[in-house]
Design a protein around this ligand. Structure first.
Ligand SMILES: Cc1cc2nc3c(=O)[nH]c(=O)nc-3n(C[C@H](O)[C@H](O)[C@H](O)COP(=O)(O)OP(=O)(O)OC[C@H]3O[C@@H](n4cnc5c(N)ncnc54)[C@H](O)[C@@H]3O)c2cc1C
Length: 422
């Protein structure tokens, strides 16, 4: 992957330009002002510092009974570099990483079986997206086994057997060439020497921080996967910038509700803000509007008609509360939704803004129009056309049959060919 190597090489130029010194090695706190780094040749380097940002990330989790041997029972790291395309892949976990990697292999021709403990996919994203993504990926050949609790995974020769119990208490067995364990990730703080600075991770292994992302030790901050919140690269990036600006005496702010989540399957799924389940749980007085990609000119021209855009807005003030979508380019489209949320736009504000035609972004405008007193223009045309087409088609068939222009041939009870005309 030439482009990736170039990208990484480009970073070192950027570091130099910004006067950043990189020491490659494993860092560990000696005390709050001293960090010891074990470099490649096993020698130690000491770094004295006034302030530290911990950004040590996360590592894959597993579940009892499943040990990743990294050969047949693998994590996302190994799944990204398999030497050949497996015939059968079992994926434990129907979250983002399981579906993204599972769907890549499904598109390469692998028979993919996803075994998920919950009764739905992509927990955390809007339920309507989970249903639509499952429907679409099923159409692409993936198989889903929801409400199945995996008990064990065992390797024999070049095969993996996964045993699970479904919600009816029945034992179910899955066989494949590989088993990808994608049941989440946990913060990584191994051998970091946190005990030497008096920082204790919480029960989930996360480093506790205050609203300034500062740990219990003044001057030591933590960001990204190692602290609470969604494990996303752009969330880590916002937090990194936030801490740097704080240190520089500025007054930054992060709106965590406006950090989008994306599922990179094809089509993509994305969401930002409150999900409908969250609003229902809070008994919030909201309204919803939606628009299907089927009714969108650009989607029809590109033959990417799966999916929809859904908007949730305050019923009284019309303020947008959440936007969720499945469809081609959803990962890019969600940026408009983030702007809308950050600027606290109303559904009608966006509905009244011009969106270039023909684009996928028009689906957002139409969903906003739908949320604004059901004013969607093309939805109405779509529905009307669909209805018109069905009526026209039925009328045509009736006419052809009634005028004897077409006849229906069929075998009667006596196996003789009969003809019916109406
Ligand atoms: C398969 C996969 C796909 C993903 N896809 C997406 C995606 O599409 N979009 C998205 O937003 N997010 C995605 N993520 C999540 C994203 O990668 C993380 O949220 C993000 O990288 C977190 O950034 P971070 O800086 O906290 O940690 P990381 O990026 O994990 O960086 C931590 C670094 O610290 C180093 N380190 C750890 N301990 C020490 C130590 N003691 N001394 C020195 N160095 C140390 C590690 O080696 C590592 O290089 C994906 C994750 C996975 C696993």
């Amino acid at each position: 992957m030439m482009w990736l190597r170039r990208l990484v090489r480009g970073l070192s130029i950027w570091w130099k330009k910004n006067k950043i010194t990189v020491i490659s090695g494993h860092a560990s706190f000696k005390d709050k002002e001293t960090i010891s780094v074990t470099v490649a040749d096993r020698t130690q380097q000491t770094v004295n510092t006034e302030r530290v940002i911990i950004a040590t990330g996360s590592k894959p989790s597993s579940i009892p009974g499943v040990v990743c041997d990294k050969k047949r029972i693998i994590t996302s790291t190994e799944a990204l570099s398999l030497e050949s395309v497996p015939e059968k892949l079992i994926v434990i976990g129907g979250g983002v990483i399981g579906l993204e990697l599972g769907s890549v292999y499904a598109r390469l021709g692998t028979e993919v079986q996803v075994v998920e403990f919950l009764d739905r996919l992509i927990p955390g994203m809007d339920f309507s997206l989970a249903k639509e993504v499952q429907r679409i990926l099923k159409k692409q050949g993936m198989k889903f086994f929801l409400s199945h609790a995996v008990q064990s995974a065992t390797v024999s020769a070049k095969k993996v057997k996964v045993s699970a119990v479904n919600n009816k208490g029945v034992d179910v067995e899955f066989n494949g060439d590989y088993c990808l364990v994608a049941v989440g990730r946990k913060p990584y703080t191994e051998n970091l020497g946190l005990e030497n600075i008096g920082v204790t991770p919480d029960k989930q292994g996360r480093i506790p921080v205050n609203e300034n992302l500062e740990t219990a030790v003044p001057g030591i901050y933590a960001i990204g996967d190692v602290v609470a919140g969604s494990m996303l690269a752009h969330k880590a990036e916002e937090e990194g910038t936030f801490v740097a600006e704080k240190m520089a005496g500025q007054k930054p702010h992060i709106n965590y509700k406006a950090i989008p989540g994306v599922l990179y399957t094809w089509p993509e799924a994305a969401g930002v803000g409150f999900t409908e389940d969250e609003l229902k749980a809070e008994k919030y007085n909201y309204k919803a509007g939606s628009f299907p990609f089927k009714a969108l000119g650009r989607a029809r021209a590109s033959m990417d008609t799966d999916g929809f855009v859904k908007v949730l807005a305050d019923r009284e003030t019309d303020e947008i509360l959440g936007i969720h979508m499945v469809g081609a380019r959803a990962a890019d489209l969600i940026a408009e939704a983030v702007v809308a949320l950050e600027y606290r736009a109303s559904a009608e504000d966006i509905a009244r803004m011009s969106h270039a035609h023909p684009t996928y972004a028009e689906a957002i405008k139409e969903a906003m129009l739908d949320a604004t007193e059901k004013r969607s223009i093309h939805m109405w045309v779509f529905r009307k056309n669909s209805l018109k087409r069905v009526i026209a088609y039925k009328a045509k068939i009736y006419f052809l049959l009634s005028t004897n222009i077409i006849k229906i041939y069929h075998y009667g009870r006596n196996d003789k060919l009969s003809v019916s005309a109406f």
